[in-house]
Design a protein around this ligand. Structure first.
Ligand code: MLT
Length: 267
């Protein structure tokens, strides 16, 4: 399905019935990364997955993305769908966007799930790496970004042994338009430090970290969780950065257990 939000076509899926759970994907993927979670939740929840601008079946305008713009797109889509409050799940870049959304509209949040993400801003080295990656995307196209990103997205074991997952991710990444990749990189490079926000988060929060996540190591993710009052941290075994895809059974179990545990008082 596609909705016209903030002057672009935004693609999304809306399946199941029950309390809404909204999923925001990582860079440089799209909403199909959440297929195992849609399957695991749609019997009990209304599950919304979104192709962020620049990704999947959504439009990829050339100019200009910011995390606040992504957050406004999500807010606009929720208004379109008549959803006033939801549980939000964001992985990596999806988590960065949730910080921006929470900063602006905390009343939208029933619960928060942050997976394999970080609150800190980019270091000078990370900013320089974004610029180099953007140059590579311009010169060599989206498939060259797949070569660079796969070893960061998957655990070393999955990278070596899971040709199925590798191939699937390569197809998703290569299908991106260069405008989407480059503008994502610029938006992430400009993001503010959200660390001061952490202690103000007042909704039930689950934080998830893949045990072998090289991009956002679980120790750092756990340290972030410790700054969010009352949050729960779960480490996903046999998983790297894309913990929901590498070990969907453990990811879904953590998510469902969290949603059930807050069920009586919050959903
Ligand atoms: C992601 O998975 O969304 C990226 O690793 C985020 C980033 O590059 O900071």
């Amino acid at each position: 399905m596609k909705a016209h939000i903030n002057d672009i076509g935004l693609a999304y899926s809306d399946e199941g019935q029950g309390p809404p759970v909204v999923f925001l994907h990582a860079f440089p993927l799209n909403r199909t990364m959440w297929v195992p979670q849609v399957a695991g939740l749609k019997d009990r929840y209304r599950v919304v997955t979104i192709d962020l601008r620049g990704h999947g079946e959504s439009d990829a305008p050339m100019w200009r993305y910011t995390l606040d713009q992504f957050a406004e797109d999500v807010h606009g889509l929720l208004e379109h769908l008549g959803i006033a409050k939801a549980t939000f799940v964001g992985l990596s870049m999806g988590g960065y966007i949730l910080f921006a959304l929470y900063r602006k509209s905390p009343s939208l949040f029933q619960c928060l799930v942050l997976a394999d993400t970080r609150a800190t801003a980019d270091t000078p080295e990370a900013k320089a790496a974004r610029f180099s990656m953007a140059q590579i995307a311009y010169r060599r196209g989206a498939s060259s970004i797949a070569d660079l990103m796969l070893p960061k997205l998957l655990s070393p074991a999955s990278c070596e042994h899971r040709a199925d997952l590798r191939g699937h991710l390569r197809t998703i990444i290569a299908s991106n338009q260069v405008s989407g990749i480059v503008d994502d990189l610029m938006a992430m490079e400009e993001r503010p430090d959200s660390t001061p926000l952490l202690s103000t988060i007042s909704v039930p929060t689950l934080v998830i970290g893949g045990e072998e996540d090289l991009a956002s190591p679980p120790e750092e993710v756990e340290a972030m969780a410790q700054q969010i009052p009352g949050s729960t941290f779960v480490r996903i075994p046999q998983a790297g950065h894309l913990s929901n895809m590498e070990n969907p059974a453990a990811f879904n179990a953590a998510l469902l257990s969290f949603l059930t545990s807050v069920g009586n008082s919050n959903l």
